[in-house]
Design a protein around this ligand. Structure first.
Ligand code: FES
Ligand code: FES
Length: 162
């Protein structure tokens, strides 16, 4: 027996009124119901980080979060990272400039995680970046470039804040 419920999600500043089974994860709600496929499913078990999004500005694994848990709380996905007039976030720019992706499948999660990592103050050394980005797996082995991109973005954002 399915238990459908009307849920109102706020994603990237837009309201989505969705009719969802209460067991629907935030990841599936985004991908299959809100037409936002940028957030990826690599495992659905909390082990790869491809599904990383922000809830209340904090990084979370959307495969381990029920859509019902985030009702009324702001969600940001990779599609909402650029400004309204389409200017990319410093982390997005840095990922392109440093070739920090190959197939691109882990990349939305890497970028959302990196934005939060910098905001948390965990991007001051390469060692810290490696440790605090270790929840995001990349089978293309782009890790050295990801570290360089996060380091660069962190310093650009620091300068911008001065
Ligand atoms: S899909 Fe969520 S951690 Fe892998
Ligand atoms: S770029 Fe392919 S998995 Fe990371």
């Amino acid at each position: 027996m399915s238990a459908a419920r009307q849920l109102s999600l706020e994603v990237n500043g837009q309201r989505h009124d969705l009719q969802l089974d209460i067991r629907t994860t935030l990841l599936d709600a985004l991908r299959e119901h809100a037409d936002l496929p940028g957030t990826k499913k690599g495992c659905d078990h909390g082990q790869c980080g491809a599904c990383t999004v922000h809830v209340d500005g904090e990084r979370v694994l959307s495969c381990l979060t029920l859509a019902a848990q985030v009702e009324g709380r702001p969600v940001t996905t990779i599609e909402g990272l650029q400004t309204a007039d389409g200017v990319m976030h410093a982390v997005q720019t840095a990922f392109i400039e440093h070739d920090a992706f190959q197939c691109g499948y882990c990349t939305p999660g890497q970028i959302m995680s990196a934005v939060a990592c910098i905001r948390e103050g965990h991007a001051t050394t390469d060692e810290d970046i490696r440790e605090y980005m270790s929840g995001n797996l990349c089978r293309c082995g782009a890790y050295p470039h990801i570290v360089a991109a996060v380091r660069d973005a962190a310093s650009r954002l620091k300068e911008a804040a001065l």
